[in-house]
Structure formats: C-alpha cells, structure tokens
Design a protein around this ligand. Structure first.
Ligand code: HEM
Ligand SMILES: *[C@@H]1O[C@H](CO)[C@@H](O)[C@H](O)[C@H]1NC(C)=O
Ligand SMILES: *[C@@H]1O[C@H](CO)[C@@H](O)[C@H](O)[C@H]1NC(C)=O
Length: 551
C-alpha cells in the first residue's frame, strides 16, 4: 500500500511525455490516458453533484441499508445509465474521431469560388471520423471491408462535409440498392452471423457489385491502419468558379504516409490481440506528434469533355479512363488532435454529403441525389431533428427561419422574424455569382458492364502474384457458401476474365477441402496450432522491455 502511494506521488510531478518518449519509438499512450489526466489535475477537479447540481454527501454514495429511491445520486446515476445508449449508425457504426485542419497549397480559383479552397495558406479546421463500414459499434477494425473518413470542414460559408471511402469506386449506382446491400452484407436474421451466402447471392444477381468487391479482396482491401490509405468521395462533383463556369471533378485524398496494407493473416493476428488497432494507431500517431496528412487532388474534366466521353463520368461504379482528365492539387489535410470525448464529438457528429458550399454545387447523379435525403433521414432517427444544433455539427455562422422541435435548440433565433419573406429585417439571401447556370441530367444505362472489373484485374493489379492473392482471398469468401451460388459466382468471375475465374475456382476447391477436413475436428483442436502461436507471442511480449521498466 505504501509503495503505491509513493508511486502516485512521484508520477504527479513527472511529465509523462518526456519520461516515456524514446527516440524512434512510438509510445502507446492509450493505457496512460488516465495517468496523464491525473498529471494535469493534481487535485480532484471539483465537488461531485447530482445532474441537477446538488452536492452529493459521501453517505449517498452507498445505497445499502437505506431507502434507494430517496437517494438522488443513486436514482440519477442508475436511470441515466439505463438510457445512455443511442442507436448506432446503420453503416459505419464503428468509428473514431479526430481534429485537424485543411490548408490550401495551390491556386484553384479558375475552377471553384469556394472560399475554403481559395487563398494559398488559408487553413480551415475540421472534425473527422474514421470508420469501418460493416462492423457494429464494437466490431473488429481489421475486418476486410471498406474503411471511411468523414470530414466536416467549418468554412466561412458553412460546413463542407466530405464522406470518403478508401477505394475509388462504389458498389452500385442505383440508390435502390442501398437497403438490400446494407442487409445482405450484414447479419443473417436467423443466425445473427455475417453470411457469405447472402453476399454472393446478392452480388451474382447484381454483378456491378463485383468491382468494389474485387478492390476489397485485393491488397487494397485491408490498409495498414487509417493513416496508410487513400480516401475518395467517389462521385463526380460539379464545381463552379466566380463566373458561374462549371467543371466536373473527382476528389482524391492521397496519403502522405505511403499506401500500405495487411494480408488477411496479418490482420487476423493483430485483431486477435487488438481489434482496435486502427484507432490505437491513429491516437498514438497524434499523441506522439507524428501528425498524419493527406494531399487533396482533383481530377478535372470540362463540361464539353463530359458530353463527349465514351463512358459515363458520373458512374460511381467505374474509374475515369486514363487520358481523359487532368489532375490538379488543391491542398493538404493534416490530422493533429485527438478528441477528448468520443461520444460528444464522434458519436454525435452528423455528416451529410449534401452539406456543400457556394462554388461546389455537388454531384448530379441519382445516387448522390438520394444520399442528400438519406443521411438527413438517418440523423433524424439517430440524433433527432435538431442534429445540426449539437455542438460538433454547428457551423461558424448560421441564421435560419427554422425553429423549435426536440432539443438542443440553442438560441432558437431569439426574437427574430420566423417566416420568409418578411419586411421586418429578418436575414436575407445572397446573390451568388457562382450559382450554376446549367442544369445537368445524367442518363444512366441499366446494362451490366464488366469491362471496368476486367480493367482492374488486368491493368490496375500490377502482377500475377497480386492477381493470385485476389483469387485466393475471393476463394476463401466462397468457402461453405451454397454450391449453387458458388457456381454462379465462379461463372461471373469467368465472364469478367477467364483467368480470374480459373484461378478462383482452383483456389476455392483447395480451400473448401481444407475447410472440410477442419470441420471434422472439434473447435478447440482446430485452433490448437494458432493457440500455441499466440501463447508464444504473449510470453514474448511479456519478456520484451516495456514502458513499465522505467517506473
Ligand atoms: C460513394 C458512395 C458513398 C460513400 C463514399 C459513403 C460514405 C459514408 C461514410 C464515410 C459514412 C460514415 C459517416 C460517419 O462517419 O458518420 C457513411 C454513413 C452512411 N451512409 Fe454512406 N456512403 C456512400 C453511399 C451511400 C448511399 C448510396 C447511401 C444511401 C442512399 C448511404 C447512406 C449512409 C447512411 C444512412 C449512413 C449512416 C449515417 C449516420 O447514421 O450518421 N451511403 N457513408
Ligand atoms: C533514429 O533514427 C534516425 C534516422 O533513422 C537515426 O539516425 C538515429 O540514430 C535513430 N536513433 C536511435 C536512438 O535509434
Ligand atoms: C501491399 O503491401 C505489399 C507488401 O508491403 C506491397 O508490396 C504492395 O505494393 C502493397 N499494395 C498496395 C496496393 O498497397
């Protein structure tokens, strides 16, 4: 007991950051968060109160042998805990929040009048939320699935939200596919387990999905942490300059840490010890002042060009063809601060791709138009009609004619007129010279086009070894899937490319045989070799010099 007291006293006068930062070593700050708090607050931070602010007597911190309902501290705590969960996001439920800034590095005024992108050196703060797409809130970040980053830039012209994923194509272009995708890629309603048969059944009937699935099963599938991936809003955005002239662009956030990925085995090994590795890696990079950054580029085509391409540039299920666009750098995004409260910031953040600013009218395709509605609807369910009044979502400046509803209402525009138009000097609209003067209609073809997938297989994958890894990974997702559906899947892969179909079929047969053999063993026996490895690993870890040594 005495030892513990001495230790705590000692810690309180030492600065953790100098004590534990070794040269060239990334310190894991995660376990030290509370110790750091104590160092910053050498004394208790104040008097304990009930939620209504009444000081709590020490006798109220024990509810035994008393009438529990007259103890407000007890009632308060229990009834608030009862309701502390809110709905998790329907997709991208597992997230982690960060702060940073965006800095303009190039002059792009001839493309967009957006204030946030004009003025070299201009910095705009943002809140960002990294996420993994399919997992539930407590899920495994190392799962092979789409990662995302949503950023909310607090610009002078309102919030600008970019919702990005870590591959440059999307699953589908028809908004009607949203619901079936969310359900088929998630838990089987009876088994409550993710179900490859559902995924492949759906995908074989909607072959357009195969493109993103191929990116996901390739080396691009599992990035080596949130810092080591590129990020794409995917849609082609219309942007306008101050003369109202339009261009179409695809934004690309390119990692300045270098792309890097994990194999399935590496990811599974890490997940067995630390399913929060992505969050930890980001937290520690920031805590160690090794701030991750991304260069923001845009691929540009003119309106003229867009009308004469031999492909649909607004189709999010394909890439723009090489040679049909040029690339312009806008600036740099730097992540440099951990949030001090994940629920307040990350969980309550409400991103909406429709949160755009003058100079960026946004994508004209049907999928995007559906998203303008869908995110609002999701936020109303999850956070309520006033989600934009929650601290993290409030723009720098805002004056609306909307009022009331469920809290938070903030100032509720006080005594200003609550209808428009009015003659009593309520807020007035601007005249935006950049407001687009053309109306774009996108015509989407309904036919199946496997060409972009063949292009990915033959030209984006750099060699046969990578093609083999893609086939192997795809084959493992077919193991134990209904045979009829496996047959359709292999057929579809062959239609994309004979070689892809063949490699996957061979690999599938081998993988299924191994699975059949393994199924004859009971679970404990089957995992015995892996258990032994993990044992060795944990012992090894206990023996490695750790930060504890310096205590
Ligand atoms: C290019 C296509 C898409 C991209 C890049 C994308 C990206 C994202 C990202 C990054 C998030 C996580 C947001 C967060 O961290 O809070 C998200 C959430 C979500 N997405 Fe998408 N998404 C796409 C398509 C769609 C479509 C087509 C729909 C529906 C029509 C949709 C509906 C949703 C919904 C409802 C959420 C949950 C929002 C919430 O509850 O906060 N997404 N998406
Ligand atoms: C840290 O890394 C730098 C550059 O790689 C190297 O020159 C230096 O010797 C390293 N320091 C230690 C203590 O290992
Ligand atoms: C994935 O990682 C391997 C090994 O580090 C590397 O050779 C390859 O280029 C990476 N691929 C991608 C797409 O990042």
């Amino acid at each position: 007991m005495k030892g513990v007291l001495v230790l705590l006293l000692w810690v309180s006068v030492v600065d953790l950051s100098t004590q534990y930062r070794y040269d060239n070593v990334t310190v894991d700050y995660v376990p030290w968060q509370l110790t750091e708090f104590k160092i910053e607050h050498p004394r208790p931070i104040g008097v304990l109160t009930t939620t209504s602010g009444a000081p709590v007597d020490i006798r109220q911190t024990n509810a035994l042998n008393t009438e529990p309902f007259s103890n407000m501290y007890h009632l308060d705590d229990t009834t608030h805990t009862d309701v502390e969960r809110i709905p998790e996001r329907v997709v991208h439920a597992k997230g982690s929040g960060v702060y940073g800034y965006f800095e303009v590095t190039h002059d792009v005024s001839r493309y967009t009048s957006a204030d946030v992108f004009n003025g070299i050196g201009k910095k705009t703060p943002f809140f960002g939320r990294f996420s993994t797409a399919i997992q539930n809130k407590g899920g495994n970040e190392l799962a092979r699935e789409i990662k995302g980053l949503a950023v909310k830039l607090y610009t002078k012209e309102g919030n600008l939200d970019f919702l990005t994923i870590h591959v440059p194509v999307y699953f589908y272009k028809d908004p009607i596919d949203f619901g079936p995708t969310v359900r088929s890629f998630r838990r089987n309603p009876k088994t409550n387990i993710y179900d490859s048969t559902m995924v492949w059944d759906f995908v074989t009937q909607k072959p357009v999905f195969l493109h993103l699935l191929m990116w996901q099963n390739s080396d691009y599938g599992i990035p080596y942490g949130y810092r080591r991936m590129d990020l794409f809003p995917v849609h082609a955005y219309e942007i306008t300059n101050k003369h109202g002239e339009s261009h179409f662009v695809r934004f690309n956030f390119r990692t300045e840490q270098g792309l890097a990925n994990l194999t399935t085995a590496q990811a599974q090994a890490i997940a067995s010890q630390d399913p929060n590795f992505f969050t930890r890696d980001m937290y520690n990079a920031i805590a160690n002042k090794n701030y991750p950054s991304w260069r923001l580029d845009m691929d540009v085509i003119t309106v003229e060009q867009a009308a004469h391409l031999d492909y649909n540039p607004f189709d999010v299920t394909r890439l723009w063809k090489k040679g049909t666009y040029h690339t312009v750098t806008i600036g740099r995004m730097v992540v440099n601060k951990n949030t001090d409260n994940q629920f307040r910031d990350m969980e309550l953040s409400a991103f909406n791709p429709a949160n755009l600013v003058p100079g960026i009218p946004g994508p004209p395709d049907n999928l995007f138009r559906a998203r303008r509605f869908s995110y609002r609807d999701a936020h109303r369910h999850r956070l309520g009609p006033n989600h934009d009044n929650i601290e993290i979502n409030v723009p720098i400046y805002r004056k609306t004619y909307t009022r009331d509803s469920n809290p938070p209402v903030r100032s509720n525009m006080r005594d200003a007129p609550n209808y428009y138009p009015n003659t009593f000097n309520g807020q007035e609209p601007i005249i935006d010279m950049s407001y687009p003067n053309i109306k774009i209609n996108v015509f989407d073809r309904n036919s199946v086009d496997l060409e972009p997938i063949a292009e990915f297989y033959n030209h984006i994958l750099e060699n046969d070894a990578h093609r083999q890894r893609l086939a192997d990974t795809t084959a493992t997702t077919l193991v134990n899937v209904d045979r009829r559906i496996v047959k359709s899947a292999l057929k579809l892969l062959s239609l994309v490319d004979q070689d892809l179909g063949h490699r996957t079929a061979v690999s599938y047969r081998a993988a299924q045989e191994i699975a059949n053999a393994a199924s004859k063993l009971d679970t404990k026996t089957r995992y015995e070799p892996l258990s032994r490895c993990i044992n060795l690993f944990t012992q090894g870890r206990l023996n490695t010099p750790s930060m504890k040594k310096n205590w």
